[in-house]
Design a protein around this ligand. Structure first.
Ligand code: ADP
Ligand code: MG
Length: 324
């Protein structure tokens, strides 16, 4: 549905988007995640044809954005960071105006506007001036205007930014509902957004794509080695001695809690090695109590911090999957 190749944008000499390539397939809901200033809005403006790239190309469906912008734009609905709402217009008049711009005839407009008003829970606000709506309702009108011409693809730039928690829940629910029959890419600088609504995540930082994949794939990819945590009722020194008999264990750290009599052990193992069974047997055969043993994974939050705060090598957890 979207194909982006080597997309680059320079503002003067400053590089805002740096050689970004990705593909989004029909039906996907993709989160475009990155800190403020990462290049999300600039990328989305190029995806929607509002800004021309310095280099690289965008294809929407079968249409190249530079060669066939009208056909490409017909396939997409765009919620910009600041939606172009006319505050002195009523909700219905505004949507009718947008429908005219999109080239819909009067009958098609009436039908589509009734549909999107219903879809965006705006039916009780059709005659209200946009300027008098709450921020959450304005955002619904912003999404409604993106839907008027019935595009299969939605490009939403920070759809929940500036909303209160209840409005955020409502907009997320609306996005979930739209996801049933739309391909969606939405940008955000907050993590829970992608975890609740998206099937795949692209992480951008400093204009570069630094990671992509499902939350689970990113976790697996960035994990590298598995980290294991154990809670054992045992003498600390004796436990350490027995653990040192396992050659694959790295970064072993023990912490004894005098109060509970438990030792918390944490250790790493190389990829592909899982010594949890042997460790359990060792503890039990020594006559100690094994209270817990588990592997501790990085959360998406930790991955996000890892790839956006240090010079991380580009990670593409789903490269093969995304080119099927
Ligand atoms: P995000 O949406 O991820 O917060 P943006 O795409 O808005 O990031 O911005 C990316 C970078 O480009 C930032 O460093 C920003 O300051 C810069 N930038 C954005 N728009 C312009 C512009 N019109 N002129 C100059 N620099 C810009
Ligand atoms: Mg932005």
């Amino acid at each position: 549905m979207i194909l982006v190749e080597n997309l680059t944008k320079l503002y003067g000499t400053r590089i805002a988007v740096d050689n970004v390539s990705f593909e989004i397939k029909k039906g996907e809901v993709v989160g475009f995640l990155g800190p403020n200033g990462a290049g999300k809005s600039t990328t989305m403006r190029m995806l929607t044809g509002f800004l021309s790239p310095t280099a690289g190309r965008v294809q929407i469906g079968d249409h190249d954005m530079a060669e066939a912008p009208l056909e490409a734009k017909q396939l997409l609905g765009y919620l910009p960071e600041t939606p172009p709402l006319y505050h002195e217009m009523t909700v219905r008049d505004y949507l009718d105006f947008v429908g005219q711009l999109k080239g819909l005839n009067a009958q098609a407009r009436k039908q589509r506007i009734d549909f999107v008003l219903e879809k965006c829970f705006l039916t009780d606000r059709t005659r209200q001036l946009i300027g008098t709506l709450s921020k959450g309702y304005k955002q619904r009108v912003g999404i409604a205007q993106a839907l008027v011409h019935n595009p299969p693809l939605l490009i939403l730039d920070e759809p929940t930014s500036g909303l209160d928690p209840q409005q955020i829940i409502q907009i997320r629910a609306l996005i979930k509902e739209l996801a049933v029959d739309h391909t969606i890419i939405l940008s955000t600088h907050i993590l829970p957004e992608v975890q609740t609504t998206c099937s795949r995540v692209l992480i951008i930082n400093g204009g570069k794509l630094v990671a992509e994949g499902s939350a689970e794939q990113l976790e697996a990819q960035l994990q590298g080695s598995m980290r294991i945590a154990m809670s054992v009722r045992a003498p600390e020194a004796a436990l350490l001695a027995r653990l040192s008999e396992f050659p694959q264990l790295r970064d072993v750290s023990l912490k004894a809690d005098a109060g509970t009599g438990l030792v918390q052990a944490e250790l790493s193992v190389p990829p592909g090695v899982d010594p949890r069974e042997q460790l359990s047997q060792m503890v039990v055969s020594a006559g100690w109590g094994l209270v817990e043993i588990k592997n501790v994974n990085l959360s998406l939050e930790e991955i996000f911090l890892k790839v956006t705060t240090q010079e991380a090598p580009a990670v593409a957890a789903s490269k093969e999957a995304s080119h099927v």
